[in-house]
Design a binder for this molecule. Sequence first.
Ligand SMILES: *Cc1c(COP(=O)(O)O)cnc(C)c1O
Length: 418
Amino acid sequence: MVLDNDRYVLSGGIDPLELVEQFGCPLYVYDSAIIKRQYKRMSDAMNVKRLRLNYACKALSNINILKLFRSMGAGLDTVSVQEVSLGIRAGFDPQDIIFTPNCVSLEEIAEAVEYGVKINIDNTSILEQFGQAFPDVPVCIRINPHIMAGANVKTSVGHIDSKFGISFHQMPLVHRIVEATGLKVEGVHMHTGSDILDPEVFLSGAEILLNIAREFPDLDYVDFGSGFKVAYKIGDVETNIEELGARISERFNRFCTEYGRDLMLMFEPGKFMVSEAGYFFAQVNVIKQTTSTVFAGIDSGLNHFIRPMFYNAYHKMTNVSRPKGKARFYTVVGYICETDTFGINRQMTELQEGDIICMHNAGAYCFSMASNYNSRYRPAEVMVHEGKAYLIRERENMEDLMRRQVDAGIFEPTSTEA
Ligand SMILES: *Cc1c(COP(=O)(O)O)cnc(C)c1O
């Protein structure tokens, strides 16, 4: 979103205030041009013979987004059999989908096998059971390299206390299971979390994974997961994808020479692909000055947008209704009956009740984490593509809230009471 002649516009010159007018508020808007730019940036950064970027669709799982990724040649990273099913519905070839679950049942993995997708296993217990049930289905093994990505234990998933992956110290057990069951290991995988700031840390994890890869003769791919960070505010460090790409490609190509075959290099970015493409628009309901604070209360809350409250995430905000004006400070809060603070002491042009605020970086883990808490409707979603706006999800209504509820009739007044 940029300022153009004193008003904000999205790509293709689309006016976000018109979208809010047309589709209602609050509203999620995704710009396909930004997703394409990010996909191209990451593809171009890798210089290897065989590359596959599997979009981690839990970040934003609208089927139109999935189809956009398919049209660009991406694969799909999925964490539930429902996401697998979404991917199939979006037209992905099953072999372009990888199922990377954590703590799911063998039954759910068996369903994914039915779909014919790639299977990634992250614990030795399921590996052993899987090997006995499906000795002919090739698998990928998720390794925990015990590295800390950033300082946030909620988003870092490759450290020693994390529930994800098989510790690289357990490789003797993995080999014993593979040997006993006759499993074919076609891939090795790691995913360290969302805060890779330093290519050095990533490369040291990669080194551990390549050491393990060397022990498996039948590999087709090595999957380095994700952890690519984007900037949420001025001064944030983002992953230098060009530098990282050059270094990992060089290292990977050397590995392939040594291994004797061109393996496929895989990544599974979520946030990097869609975060910046998303905008969340909400209306200011109330400006409320208390003894200590000036609150701006908006028509949304942690039900629609939980990252600030759940991860302490910073999302930049703009007063879209007033591109020009005096700058003031506000604590922006939601309408949910919980403390749902979007941001403290945010500087924006002076807000008036009725103004539309934009939260930036609303593409990844925003709509996909939305709920109906407080019996609120989840918002509509719109995709902006080549100068046109498309509704890609309707706003919910009362019917949606009642769907699947069964009024069992236990407490109806009886006729004898009348
Ligand atoms: C969530 C997830 C990703 C995507 O992580 P981002 O930080 O959004 O890029 C990749 N791989 C797996 C296995 C995941 O669970």
